[in-house]
Design a protein around this ligand. Structure first.
Ligand SMILES: [Zn+2]
Length: 309
């Protein structure tokens, strides 16, 4: 158990750096562009942060990292990363050697799940599922406070695997469900229809018209019928695989993150659609927005650094 933890949230554009001096709290210190092409420049940036903001902390203070991409628990290798400097690297191990201190790393959705289970809206819940409804669909699983990394580090990634439904029936009319090729190699994944970009693709599919997810959700709330059709279809397509996830895992809370989690009425509607479809009848909302919608990476990393660092 460490008294302080350095934490970093590494995205394709920026690195956010923070220092956690108490459990569940992170002081965000700085932000620099991610040196995407050079490992040495990345190491230098991390060392610079530690020197600047950790002068009073012991040299054994761990660094915990939240990053896009998947961290293999078997090899530590970072997979599906959008940062070329990390390709083929064992991020935590290589950085630990370079910085001469303990380093841990996990996927950003996993860190969000840890943050919510330890310090957010799912505290004291035995089984916590976090779902990310952002550009794509992601997720993470925390059981009894521990992150479940699973084989290959892909636990909780419920957005991949084809939607089995081929058509939707909404108010007496039948609509075909578009089947799109996914970056994972499969066709028809929820990832392509279930998050913000997916909602926009559905709107284009139904109405041959481009609109942002924000415009669609706002239109739905205002009673616009075209946006209403898109959102009803979206709710059904997302609620069904999510209900399956609930029946398999039995979570006591599901926490939503990503851009669409800010649309509280949408998340409330998805919660209702979900609770109509699960075997166990939940009396209270099961799916709720997270507390750490922007700082989940840093807070989750600080939690992980305390557990594993
Ligand atoms: Zn996929």
């Amino acid at each position: 158990m460490s008294s302080a933890v350095f934490c970093a949230d590494i995205g394709g554009s920026f690195i956010k750096f923070g220092v956690s001096r108490a459990s569940g709290e992170v002081e965000e210190c700085g932000k620099v562009p991610t040196p995407v092409a050079s490992w040495d420049a990345f190491v230098a940036a991390m060392q610079n942060f530690i020197t600047l903001y950790g002068a009073d902390l012991p040299s054994s203070t761990p660094l915990a990292i939240s990053t896009a991409g998947l961290v293999s628990p078997q090899t530590g290798e970072l997979l599906a990363t959008n940062i070329p400097a990390f390709t083929g690297r064992s991020l935590a191990k290589d950085l630990s050697t370079a910085l001469n201190r303990p380093v841990t790393a996990a996927n950003d959705a996993d860190c969000f799940a840890l943050a919510e289970a330890h310090a957010g809206n799912a505290q004291h819940q035995p089984i916590v599922v976090a779902i990310i409804l952002g550009t794509g669909v992601g997720g993470g699983l925390v059981i009894n406070g521990q992150l479940v990394r699973g084989h290959g580090g892909v636990t909780g990634e419920w957005g991949h695997g084809a939607i089995t439904r081929t058509e939707l029936n909404i108010e007496g009319k039948t609509y075909l469900v578009p089947r799109l090729k996914c970056a994972c190699g499969q066709t028809g994944c929820l990832d392509k229809l279930g998050a913000a970009r997916g909602m926009e693709r559905l709107h284009q599919h139904f109405h041959q018209r481009a609109a942002s997810s924000l415009e669609i959700v706002t239109g739905w709330q205002a009673g616009d019928s075209t946006c209403g059709l898109t959102v009803r279809a979206w709710l059904q397509l997302v609620a069904e695989p999510l209900a399956l996830l609930v029946n398999i895992l039995g979570p006591s809370k599901i926490i939503a993150g990503g851009g669409l989690a800010s649309a509280t009425e949408l998340i409330a509607a998805l919660d209702l659609a979900l609770r109509e479809r699960v075997l166990h009848r939940y009396a209270a909302p099961l799916l709720i927005p997270g507390k750490f919608l922007t700082e989940g990476g840093l807070v989750g990393a600080s939690v992980m650094g305390r557990i594993e660092g």
